[in-house]
Design a binder for this molecule. Structure first.
Ligand code: NDP
Length: 446
């Protein structure tokens, strides 16, 4: 049964944002947890803080025409959702994927507001992207697209205004092309994007940060239970940036990752993905841009076409591909197979019904906005280093990342501990909400 105030809010959200189902899902998850807290703290209700947070401060939508290798003209759509700047400039990734539309980016930007607040760093929330599909495009096509995308976006962003980063389909290559065009148009070398190359303003550990941070977060959740990741069999979905570095950190902590996937299917390597096999994945995905099926062919393991890895028995699951990739039935299989923890590298990878299954089974469930905040945290460090005109060492960045993941975990405990169970969803949502809400109260009705 929905709380009447949540019901009322959702009615208006659905009416005002028709068809944006992922956005509705994200707002409802937050509202269910935050509304009871707001009832105990009426100053937030009077100032309509939640209603204001659910309305983007600004949405920019633009045409991106570009010329393909055959000389044909293509037209894509570009977006930037500037969701909330109460605690700092807008910050959040850019996604290039055919499924991108306004509602998807609004969900991601909304999540980003709470996530960024949890990091303890001064960053507001935003998200952007395009329905452009980099898959199967040549480097030159990707470059021309990025240049045309930036030809519009550059006038809306800046190192103190809005600082985009990567996300699905936007990695080091794309950030390079976007940055080059921004620099050319503005005639300024600034930290306007994060995820830059090391030789031109990037931070050590930024590529690793989301995956490493997620593993650190799970380690903390298990520590509360007196357990650790050592020897744990782990299923990982995706095989992009987040999945790759999740596997790398798991290996360093003595766990055994056994699956990887892409949008075509998943591999199950019973003997475990080791360092050498992971090197193959780095090369396959980041250089050759091939499919995960080739892993199974190379290392002679099982490949399941068109399926997701949650049917494989595991101790810990790391969904690291995309939204809504674990449904209720899959969550039930995970629990039945003895899964004790879930760390969300991806954003909103579990459906609301799936989350309920995990929480009713009282397993450690670390939602994306807490567990995958390491990426944006190190993006925040990249901004600090750019401002200082200095570079921190690998050890220094990694230590700061660990400290932030611990601080996020602490906030989840502060707001989510119920007896000896920790409700990390409630903890993360309220923890993220309070700082933004107080800043909005202080800044008046703007
Ligand atoms: P990448 O583009 O590097 O990798 C994405 C991976 O997920 C690929 O293996 C891709 O397969 C798979 N995938 C994408 N869409 C789908 C789909 N619809 N169904 C099945 N598989 C899919 O992206 P990232 O690793 O950067 O991002 C992964 C997730 O992590 C996203 O949810 C993102 O928002 C989140 N995230 C990323 C951060 C970062 O720092 N990069 C920070 C915080 C969260 P294929 O190649 O076939 O498309």
């Amino acid at each position: 049964m929905l709380h009447p105030k949540v019901k009322q809010l959702m009615k208006s959200i659905v009416q005002k944002n028709p068809g944006e189902v992922e956005f509705h899902q994200a707002v409802q998850e937050v509202a269910e947890r935050v509304v009871p807290f707001i009832e105990k703290n009426p100053k937030y209700a009077e100032a309509k803080i939640l209603e204001r947070i659910a309305e983007p401060e600004r949405v920019i939508m633009f045409r991106v025409p570009w010329v393909d290798d055959k000389g044909g003209i293509q037209v894509n759509r570009g977006f930037r959702v500037e969701m909330n700047s109460a605690i700092g400039p807008y910050k959040g990734g850019i996604r290039f994927h055919p499924t991108v539309y306004l509602g998807l980016l609004k969900f991601l930007a909304f999540e980003q507001v709470f996530k960024n607040s949890l990091t303890t760093l001064p960053m507001g929330g935003g998200k952007g992207g395009s329905d452009f599909d980099p898959k199967g495009k040549s480097d030159n096509e990707v470059m021309r697209f990025c240049q045309n995308f930036m030809s519009e976006l550059f006038r809306h962003i800046g190192p103190d205004t809005d600082i985009p980063a990567g996300d699905i389909g936007v990695g080091g290559r794309e950030i390079g092309y976007l940055f080059g065009q921004y620099k050319k148009l503005r005639n300024e070398f600034t930290g306007v994007l994060t995820g830059k190359g090391l030789g031109w303003g990037g931070s050590l550990i930024r590529p690793e940060a989301t995956g490493y941070g997620c593993v650190y977060f799970v380690q903390e959740m298990l520590k509360v239970k007196g357990d650790s990741l050592k020897g744990k069999v782990c299923t990982v979905s995706g095989s992009g940036n987040v999945a790759q570095y999740t596997v790398e950190k798991l290996l360093r902590l003595g766990a055994k990752p056994v699956t990887l996937s892409d949008s075509n299917g998943y591999i199950y390597d019973e003997t475990g993905v080791d360092e050498k096999k992971l090197d193959f994945v780095f090369e396959l995905k980041n250089v050759k841009r091939g499919r995960i099926k080739e892993y199974a062919e190379k290392f002679d393991c099982k490949y399941f076409e068109g399926k997701r890895p949650w049917e494989v028995k595991c101790d810990v699951a790391f969904p690291s591909a995309t939204q809504n990739e674990i449904n209720e039935a899959e969550a039930k299989i995970l629990v039945k197979n003895g899964c004790i923890a879930v760390g969300e590298g991806a954003n909103m990878p579990t459906t609301p019904e799936g989350i309920r299954v995990f929480q009713e089974a009282k397993i450690c469930y670390g939602p994306g906005k807490a567990a995958n905040a390491g990426g944006v945290a190190v993006s925040g460090f990249e901004m600090s280093q750019n401002s200082l005109r200095l570079s921190w060492t690998r050890e220094e960045v990694d230590k700061r990342l660990q400290d932030i993941m611990l601080a996020i975990h602490e906030q989840c405990l502060q707001y989510g501990k119920e007896g000896d169970y920790v409700d990390y969803v409630t903890g993360a949502n309220i923890g993220g909400f309070v700082k933004v809400a107080d800043a909005m109260l202080a800044q008046g009705v703007v």
